[in-house]
Write a protein that binds this ligand. Structure first.
Ligand code: XUL
Length: 525
């Protein structure tokens, strides 16, 4: 029996999933989550983000992520799971976030003392104490400078798969290098959240995979190598500070002695980590072109596999590397679960009350519309947050519940048109995918059947499946992706939600109104 371990270091929590793969016997053996705010309150995060007076700034604590990993490894070790059967470990992490390490990092993580907690030992390895994350919107000036220096937004998108985005790592690095030149000078290695955590597991600096590398505005999307023009436009002597790029299935090394001696883990293979969206692509079974998945998490994302890169001419979407070696298209809306949560909390509803609100209101909400920009939005780009309501009574709980969900689904549909995929089935994942009323709106807006997947955390499952795929490759087998995912990504029984033709027609009309309202609001910004 072989066991594969996958992690997902997301914005608000760390999840671990262990899967068993023995021929056709496939099952999830363990699934655990540790929420940062509650489990590690000493860091003072709220929804996984450090407080900051500037609403455009969003950072988190790499020490907290490391401590969460250490604690989770301890929990797995004492869970009764047969550790000796773990063959490989991989992970998924929130994309774009960057971790800045000094020259002490390499020797410290190579010689971790198994008798002391990890976090005590890594205290002095950071050249910057916090890590900017994907919710940060403070780098508009840096985006403009990088864009100008590579010859415009279209040129940067052709080169790296995306125009410059505030949350992408390149603009973040530029801002750090400019605001803290001494800190930048002391920086020996810049990791993504994914490669940082992989480094801690392997005990040496890990590479970045093309899935996460394409979220930086620094990687040539076609050659999957660092793009000199983008690096030069970003910060001085950047190349020597970046990890090498390696395929998503690269074996980074063996699990470091720290984990073996402290918790009794075996010398399992550590596989390159990737971003949560590339991992979700695998965990939702999107290994062929034509199907799409929607993940309703802290961010709401819509993505699908592409065999050849296709660039969004409107500049809203992204092309990332896929862990299969192909590409993936992605649209990301920042106002996902926190916007739903905000509406729920404003009206003092529980989640059952939220669902009731959707059941009690008609599709289309009688023409009432919300632009749900509770926080700065990524798609469409909105720096100055502010919710706009049209014909929507701000005091009507049920109407606001429907308005936020309809807005989220309409925005994803409008801003993914460039992908040119005719969607027949959508695979829904993430916490809010458990809500059938939300899935009904999704089905009606997209005119497609929606299935909810049996395993809710598809990014984490995707990481475990990638560990399995890479382990088999390293053993000389060339497994087909369909075979790797078989038995794990089946839709949960009875979850198929079908579009209602009358609602589809109604949302067709509403989409036009929503698009016009959105365009008008963007013009006024
Ligand atoms: C994707 C993005 C978010 C984060 C969330 O581009 O910014 O989906 O990956 O963890």
């Amino acid at each position: 029996m072989s066991i594969y371990l996958g992690f997902d270091a997301s914005t608000q929590s760390l999840t671990a999933i262990a899967i068993e793969v023995t021929g056709s016997r496939r099952q999830v053996l363990l699934e655990r989550t540790l929420g940062y705010d509650d489990a590690l309150p000493g860091y003072g995060t709220r929804h996984g983000v450090l407080p900051n007076d500037d609403p455009l700034v969003a950072t988190s604590s790499p020490r907290m992520w490391a401590e969460a990993l250490d604690r989770m490894m301890g929990e797995i070790a004492s869970s009764g799971l047969d550790l000796t059967r773990i063959r490989a470990i991989s992970g998924s992490a929130q994309q774009h976030g960057s971790v800045y390490l000094n020259a002490d990092a390499a020797p410290v993580i190579e010689q971790l003392d198994a008798t002391r907690p990890l976090v005590e030992q890594i205290d002095r390895i950071f050249s910057r104490p916090d890590a900017p994350i994907w919710m940060d919107a403070s780098t508009a000036a840096e985006c403009a400078e990088i864009t100008a220096s590579v010859g415009g937004a279209a040129a940067l998108a052709r080169l790296t798969g995306s125009r410059a985005f505030e949350r992408f790592t390149g603009p973040q690095i530029r801002r750090f290098a400019r605001r803290d030149p001494t800190g930048y000078a002391r920086t020996e290695r810049i990791h993504l959240v994914s490669s940082f955590l992989a480094s801690l597991l392997a005990g040496h600096h890990a590479p970045i995979d093309p899935g996460d590398g394409s979220g930086m505005n620094l990687m040539d999307i076609t050659t999957r190598a660092w793009a000199p023009a983008a690096l030069d436009a970003t910060a001085p002597e950047l190349l020597r500070r970046l990890p090498p790029l390696a395929p998503s299935w690269a074996v980074v090394g063996e699990l470091a002695p720290y984990w073996q001696h402290r918790y009794g883990f075996p010398r399992a293979r550590v596989i390159a980590w990737s971003g949560d969206n590339p991992c979700s692509l695998i965990g939702t079974g999107m290994v062929r072109e034509g199907a799409i998945a929607i993940s309703l998490g802290t961010s709401d994302t819509l993505f699908g596999l592409l065999h050849t890169p296709r660039i969004d001419p409107t500049g809203a979407g992204h092309v990332f590397g896929a862990p299969t070696g192909d590409y993936m298209s992605l649209v990301c809306c920042r106002n996902g679960s926190l916007a739903r949560e905000q509406v729920r909390a404003t009206f003092g509803l529980d989640w059952a009350g939220f669902s009731r609100g959707l059941r009690e209101t008609p599709p289309g909400n009688g023409g009432a519309i919300m632009l749900p920009w509770f926080a700065p939005e990524i798609t469409p780009p909105v720096i100055e947050a502010g919710v706009r309501r049209f014909a929507l009574d701000p005091g009507n709980a049920a109407a606001n519940v429907r308005a936020v969900v309809e807005a989220q689904m309409l925005a994803l549909a409008l801003h993914s048109r460039w992908m040119q995929v005719t969607v027949d089935t959508i695979y829904a994942t993430g916490g809010a995918a458990a809500n059938r009323e939300i899935l009904q709106v999704m089905a009606d807006v997209h005119n497609a059947e929606v299935c909810q997947l049996a395993v809710g955390n598809s990014a984490c499952l995707g990481a475990a499946l990638r560990a399995c795929h890479a382990d088999r490759l390293a053993d000389g087998d060339v497994p087909a992706w369909e075979d790797v995912i078989a038995g794990f990504v089946a839709p949960a029984a009875e979850t198929r939600v079908r579009p209602v033709p009358a609602h589809v027609a109604l949302y067709d009309d509403l989409a036009r109104v929503y698009e016009a309202r959105e365009a008008e609001a963007l013009r006024r910004l």
